[in-house]
Ligand binder design. Sequence first.
Ligand code: PEP
Ligand code: MN
Length: 339
Amino acid sequence: MLIVMEKTATDEQIEKVVLAIKARGYRARPIPGGDRVSIGVLYNKGAVDASAFLGLMGVKDVVPVTRPYKLVSREVQPEDSHIQVGDVRIGNGHFTIMAGPCAVESEKQTMETARLVKKAGAHIFRGGAFKPRTSPYSFQGLGKEGLKILARVREDTGMPIITEIMDESTFDLVEAYADIIQIGTRNMQNFSLLKRAGRSVKPVFLKRGLAATIEEWLMAAEYILEGGNSQIMLCERGVRTFVHHSRNTLDLSAVPVVRKESHLPIIIDPSHAAGRRDQVIPLSRAAAAVGAQGLMVEVHHEPDKALSDGAQSLYPYQFDELIRQVRAIHDVYAGSSDI
Ligand code: PEP
Ligand code: MN
């Protein structure tokens, strides 16, 4: 349930409502909105008696929240969320482009790729230091050394860094280096990791699970928000289907659904969806057209030599072209409203 306060409600009136919620054994979550505060009532087992709150000073309305995900839903926050990372904004009409190699392989490879993607117009640099690989025999990432390389790239290029956190044992370490924490597909329902991310001060980039429904995905985001971290981006990166023409199937229809259901920004990763570079530019155009708020794209300065995901990594000249095309599409889309 959501208690909507009057625009003129005082801090004292808000506090009284919070106390009234707690007195009934529930938890209260004040949610600052555009021009008024709402207070979420959480942890109620059954229906909450609205009349107990309607009479309190400063309360405008009491509305039921029908969705299982509460804090991430539009019912609780009708306005879009946006996230500020340094000078870069995600959401709020911006189309944010994150690019870089699948894995940090060496300082030379990472720096060269970073300079190229920055020149092309990328806003945020991606690169994995801890890599979740299907095979234990594949390159597992450089670990802490990779994080140090990412920090040097940030210093050199000014781009914020996004990198994946694979487990709780390395959480503090990765959190200290990253500007945005990535929780990968395989960890979308790692609930202890989600809870730890909820206590992080860094924004979280939550990829959709390989076979997750949108409800499961939003519930995973709810763990993070409920834990106290409201800086969350969702990332659609393709789901497992029966096809052989691509690594996964990019579920573009998730974008309008997520945007309707949730206030969180949604980013498309066409690289892991396609698994092959010839599909990445067309899917990126589609992402801009369907109303996503950005892209995460794998680019390598020498994809043929990449230690992971080379087949889907763009050559730098292709990334230049991608940015040109995506900007043109986004400019057409910007200003048009969702139907
Ligand atoms: C990645 O971004 O490098 C990655 C491993 O992605 P995903 O979790 O989507 O497979
Ligand atoms: Mn990859």
